[in-house]
Design a protein. Structure first.
Length: 148
């Protein structure tokens, strides 16, 4: 695979994908910048507490606090809870979509509960065909579609 490893036994797929670091760098950087702006704004309001004179000032301050909390929750999700797909049973796979590109092949594994798993394989390593054959041996009901 492009950014990790996949292995399987007779019942389950095991993934070791390093994409959460890439996601944190791409999304977390902007979230960190927004959090810094919101934090500076909230600290500035705390220093000048006498400026809170009407309802709009309190509403504005509450929105800034809510925005900061939301950014913190998203960052925590990206760091800790992104790896929630631990139990990937082969018998629950309904369909596999394969889209071949020039250097990489995108594979979408769709489960019975509508969960979708996106994987990328390099074409030069020729690992896609053995992977598909092995999954097909373990679950013969899987429908494999090759998208052009």
């Amino acid at each position: 695979m492009v950014d990790g490893y996949i292995s399987m036994d007779n019942k389950q797929l095991f993934l070791d994908i390093n994409s959460h670091k890439r996601d944190l760098k791409s999304r977390g950087g902007w979230l960190g910048v927004f959090f810094a702006f919101v934090g500076i704004s909230v600290l500035h309001t705390f220093k000048r507490i006498e400026l809170l004179k009407n309802f709009f000032d309190y509403f504005d301050f509450g929105l800034r606090i809510l925005g900061g909390i939301t950014i913190i929750v998203v960052i925590i999700y990206l760091i800790f809870f992104r790896k929630s797909n631990k139990k990937l049973y082969i018998n629950e796979i309904k369909k596999i979509d394969v889209e071949k590109q020039e250097f990489e092949t995108d594979v979408s594994i769709i489960f019975n509960n509508k969960k979708r798993l996106e994987l990328e394989f390099r074409n030069l390593e020729n690992q896609l065909q053995p992977f598909l054959e092995t999954i097909q041996k373990r679950n013969s009901r899987i429908k494999i579609d090759f998208i052009k």
